[in-house]
Design a binder for this molecule. Sequence first.
Ligand code: GLP
Length: 256
Amino acid sequence: MEIIIQPTPESATDIAARIIARLLREKPDAVLGLATGSTPLLLYKKLIAMNLDWSRVTTFNLDEYIGLPREHPQSYHSFMWENLFQHVNLTKENIHIPDGNANDIPRFCSEYEAQIKAAGGIDLQVLGIGTDGHIGFNEPTSSLASRTRIKTLTRQTCKDNARFFGSEEAVPKHVITMGIGTIMEARQNLLLAFGTNKAQAVAEAVEGPITSINPASILQMHPVVKVCLDDPAANDLQRADYYRWVYANKPAWQTL
Ligand code: GLP
């Protein structure tokens, strides 16, 4: 894991945007895994401003609420169109977001997995992290080998996301999410986290034991993970000085 600690979300996001921009320039038909939530908003703004060519890029989103109409302002479909897709030259057919209104959800989930495989697998997966350590919507105790499937949100996640829905009761309790096994098959994972409310989950994920209680901790087993943090999100890391030192001494030739 490469832990990149920056003073602000702005500077941490700059680094994440450069990593994605380089991938799209090197591999114009890259397959990107995308995330929602407040964390990647700035990343999408920066990517839009970079005027990259997305015409051959394929995207797969991590998750979606079940039963929320696609047009609902808080659906992840709406989120992605509003904050990224409508602003770049992606080909509509190359965009994939779980369908929370599919008639047969288990079947949809296995087809989603098949589509990822058929696209050649995900080159880079963008991740946020929940205050409980979830990635995608893989809540604590999710199988570390799980595939795309239905999950029930924790009360904590419903509380965390109530700010988008006006009340906790309005947050859908069920979701479709890529599994942890699915995320682990991405060639590269790029996790962003900002703010003190993420500090504990980040410290457990990076320095704690690998455990389904903190699903993000499985990333310790992934060969290529970059974690972009602002100072507050890095607050509980025991080895923050070491990570800063490693990054400050990163040789120019080391691109991965
Ligand atoms: C959401 C999403 C996750 C996201 C996380 C953190 O509910 N399903 O993909 O990483 O929770 O959200 P935020 O970035 O708003 O803190």
